[in-house]
Structure formats: structure tokens, C-alpha cells
Design a protein around this ligand. Sequence first.
Ligand code: BGC
Length: 392
Amino acid sequence: MKLFPKNFLWGTAISSYQTEGNTANADWWQWEKQHPPPDNSRCGSACDFWNRYETYIEHAAALGSRAFRISLEWSRIQPTPTTWDEHALSQYNEIIQTIKSHNMEPVITVWHFSLPQWFAKKGGWTRSYNRGYWNAYCEKLRDTLAKDVRYWVTLNEPGAYAAMGYLTGYWPPGKHSIFKFISTLHGLIQAHRNAYAILKNKDNHIGVSLNLSHDELVHPANWGERFVEMILGHYSDWGFLSYVKNRIDFLGINYYFHNQISWIPGKQRKRHLDKSDLRWDVCPRGMYQVMVKAYAQCKKPIFITENGVADNHDTIRQSFIRDHIAWLHEAYKEGIPVIGYLHWSLMDNVEWQRGKQPRFGLMEMDYEHMTATPRPSFYLYQDIIKAYTERI
Ligand code: BGC
């Protein structure tokens, strides 16, 4: 029997830009105008979480969740460099209270990819001067929302963000510059450290959510593959971990990827793995391997803050959940201090540059009527939470 402790933080995760809707002050809003997703499904009202949060929170509670991860939209809270939107802050306070009143722990991400347009125009994370604005934002959160938050995530996937915005250019600001990529990473390391120092108190737990992939060399003796491994290890969220591991109370792991690194292009080992609608390999064992490796590096409690699959017809999501949780338990059994598992995501939402087509939800969104309907995997996850939690 796979049992997790009674206080294990089962739940789901969402982010502000992807669900709230009408976040018109965000850089992503502007970006989408010039770079619409393939099916033109821009953010728009998204899931209208901003107005319908109660319904979604009720669904999250009905799952049996003990935690619900949301993010705060910086561009709402600080619409200009010198103003605060008190209404937005009190609405976030309401959302946090609603989560708590449903007996769930709010897990609050301070920054999940989208920036206020004014901050992006000033050069975003590449300019050290801009960190003053970030510090002021964190101080504002400390003074307004922090008393009710026990779990903070400072940043979501800083390495992935820097690569998408400054190397591949798929995300705003759409640059291709190694220099800016590195200064962004550097800026985010400092931003994490400052946020930790500002928000930390004796009752809370502060971490960072990193996109940690399981990377395997096809020919481990090959120096070329080892070199790629070293570069990836340094300039990715794995590298980020080495800079912040002494300033986190827990490590948030977002697990999605399993990569085979081969010096002969296209010569990966044949695997019979399920594939998501985005053609990403499904490799549950990789999550266990990532947990083992990350724990060896940081020796901090591990919190799976995201894990999920794009699967429009809910064909593979049930086995995906079952198998990942089986490997999660394996890690727990071996003594890795795992404090929670959050599935990405509660409902379908805006998948960044890909729009609303990829569907990661335990609930299916009908965007036209703004309704969310549980898929079969919602009920499976509900059963797992019930069956795998110690009663006493
Ligand atoms: C991000 C989410 C995203 C998910 C699926 C994660 O890397 O944090 O915002 O929706 O992956 O791609």
C-alpha cells in the first residue's frame, strides 16, 4: 500500500496569466498581439479565474486537495512603477482566504513568467537597476498578503524563461542573445535571493520552482555528449539550483521532460514511451531520478510543484498520474523528504505561445460558456488522494 503522511500537500497548480484573463498590463498581452498562437486563441478572458475563482477553488477542494498553487500577477498589483492597485491586492487576499476556508494551503508564486509592460520596457531582469522595483513589489506583498501565506514560490522556472525569451526567442522579449540570456539568469538569481530575504519569517517556507529534466547520455563515454551535459547542467534550472540551494526552505520541482542526449543527431535509443499531444515523452521514472539527483544536491525537502500532460482526450492522463505517483512514493520510501505533489493543472488554460489548444487540465474548459467539467482523470486523482493518505 502506498501511503503518504496525513499532512502531505496533494493538490493542483495554475498561474495568473494562464487563467485569470484580461491581464492587459502584462508584457505577454502585448506580445500575443504581434505573435498570435497558431489557432489565434489568445489569452482574452482565459478561464476568467479572476471573477470565478470561487467555483474553481470549490473544484480543487472537491478533489481532496490540501494545497492549491496560484501565482500573483505583478502587472495587476503594480500597474505603473509608482502605483499600487489596492483593489487587486484585496482581491488576492480574498482568493487566499477562500483557499484557506476550503482547508487548503495556498502556495503562492510571486512571479510566473509574465511581467508588467513597464518593467519589460525598462529591460526586465537584464538590468540590475530594475531589481529595486522587484524588491518594492516583494515588500508590498510582505506588508499586505504574507500573514496568511505559509508556502511561497519566489520564481517559476527561471532557466526555462531565460532560454525562451533570450535564446530561442519564442517568448517575450523575443531576443537571441547569449549575453542577455546570461544577464537574465544572473538577475533572477539575485531576485530570488532578495525575495527570500524580504519574505522570510519564522513561520513560512520559501522555495523556488525549477524545471528539472531527466537527461540521459546515449553514449556516456562520448566527450561531446558529456560537454552538452555540462553546458545544460550549468545554463538551465539545474545550474540555477546550485546558486540558490542555500537560500531555499524547500525545492519546488516542475517535472515534464526526459531527454536523451546523443552526439549523432536523431540517434536516440528506441523507447516505447507514451507521448503527449505535444509529442513530449512520458517517463514517470525520470521524476524519481530527478528527485534523487536534486535531493543529493540541495538536501532540502522536495515539493513537486508541477507535473502534468497535454492530453486533450484524457487518453493517457490516468496512467500518467498513477505511474508518476508510484515513482513519487518510491522516492518517499527511500527517505527523500517529499512534502507534496501538485498536478498541472486543475483546468485547461492558456499554454503561452501555443494558446488554448494544448490541454493540461483535470477539467475540460469550454471557453465559450466558461464552464469546466471534470475529466475521468479528475476522479482518478481524487481516488488516489483518498486511498494514499494515512488516516491517522
Ligand atoms: C510552466 C507552466 C506551463 C507548463 C506546461 C511549466 O513549465 O510552469 O506555465 O503551462 O509547464 O507547459
